[in-house]
Design a protein around this ligand. Structure first.
Ligand SMILES: Nc1ncnc2c1ncn2[C@@H]1O[C@H](COP(=O)(O)OP(=O)(O)OP(=O)(O)O)[C@@H](O)[C@H]1O
Ligand SMILES: Cc1ncc(C[n+]2csc(CCOP(=O)(O)O)c2C)c(N)n1
Ligand SMILES: [Mg+2]
Length: 307
């Protein structure tokens, strides 16, 4: 049997069951060391898969750190340390320099210390980020409660529109298009949500593969039914403009598009914080599965062995 028959998440489920990996299933692994709760997570960016050779290397560095930090925040953690493994072809030193400019700038922004890594010669450029954080209260995917509101931070679907615009290789981009491209190239992990998530969320994860896919993991792990409404999905003005110009459905971008690195979390609706850009998109109910406007929602996001 080939792994593509299982798909990315079927493979993880298979490994988890076959080798009794009980801890697997949240954005970070939470381990207790002394009295502290350490959070551990890794993320890889691979040329051709996550970025193209034409991308600014500083953006690739920024994005990798952001993806890693985003998982730590999702579980209510404060990001602290980072290790970086380079899978490196024999490129010009300038390229590595640019990559590290992005990495170190992101570390400074998120208050993370780069403390080590590894270098391996490779046919294709890849960068692996290993992040360490600390939390007072771990918030995983499985803690949603009946009656919780389902919330997302920011807007969804912008990164996918940005990627499509990059692939169009236009000679001139309008301002709104450049803003979408920027969201694809340099997403910002939501460090402004750390206190809110760690204090109030019952369940939390980041949206890296696309809402329609990621929310399935949370519903499954929580063992409850997640009901969401399409018209509640937060869309940016830029995405609406993009969809209008290209005759596309903007909601499809919000449901399928990954790499926005926004947060998906649940807590009682009364805990809404008007100082954060959070939107309630639905409610946690008795039962199982994910429903959009009453109909079962299919996972349409990114899967490494299907996309
Ligand atoms: N090769 C593997 N071996 C063991 N556990 C794995 C492996 N790959 C993934 N996992 C675990 O499976 C779970 C789901 O992984 P998934 O990639 O969906 O989430 P994620 O780590 O939050 O992704 P992202 O970093 O893109 O947000 C996580 O707990 C992850 O640690
Ligand atoms: C050139 C190019 N083609 C496609 C994509 C889209 N993409 C790649 S990986 C991923 C999910 C998150 O990754 P992971 O699950 O590894 O964390 C998405 C949405 C891209 N960024 N660049
Ligand atoms: Mg994640």
């Amino acid at each position: 049997m080939k792994v593509s028959q299982l798909g990315e998440f079927g493979l993880i489920e298979y490994l988890k069951n076959r080798f009794y990996l009980e801890e697997v299933g949240d954005d970070t692994a939470c381990v207790k060391v002394g009295d502290s709760l350490l959070l551990l997570t890794c993320d890889t960016l691979l040329e051709g898969r996550h970025f193209l050779d034409s991308y600014p290397m500083s953006a690739v560095g920024w994005k990798g750190v952001s993806a890693c930090v985003s998982d730590l925040i999702a579980n209510g953690g404060k990001p602290l340390y980072l290790l970086v493994t380079l899978l490196l072809p024999d490129v010009e030193l300038k390229k590595v320099d640019e990559l590290y400019e992005g990495i170190t700038r992101a570390c400074e922004f998120y208050g993370v210390k780069l403390v080590g890594g590894n270098v391996v010669k490779s046919e294709r450029l890849g960068i692996d980020f290993f992040g360490v954080g600390l939390t007072e209260r771990f918030v995983g995917r499985g803690g949603a409660k009946v009656g919780d509101g389902i919330f997302v931070s920011g807007t969804l679907g912008d990164s996918l529109a940005g990627l499509e615009l990059i692939l169009m290789e236009k000679r001139h981009y309008e301002d709104f298009e450049l803003r979408l491209i920027e969201r694809h190239l340099r997403p910002t992990a939501r460090i402004d949500y750390i206190a809110h998530i760690s204090k109030y969320a019952n369940a939390s994860m980041d949206i890296s593969d696309g809402l329609s896919s990621d929310i399935q993991h949370m519903a499954k792990r929580s063992g409850l039914r997640f009901s969401i409404q399409k018209e509640k999905l937060p869309l940016s003005r830029e995405l609406l403009e993009y969809a209008k110009r290209h005759g596309k459905d903007p909601y499809s971008y919000a449901l399928r598009g990954g790499e926005d690195y926004q947060l998906l979390f649940t807590h009682p609706p009364s805990r809404i914080n008007p100082f954060l850009d959070m939107t309630q998109i639905g409610t946690v109910e008795e039962g199982e599965g994910v429903f959009l406007d009453g109909a079962p929602l299919e996972a349409q996001g990114f899967d490494h062995f299907k996309s």
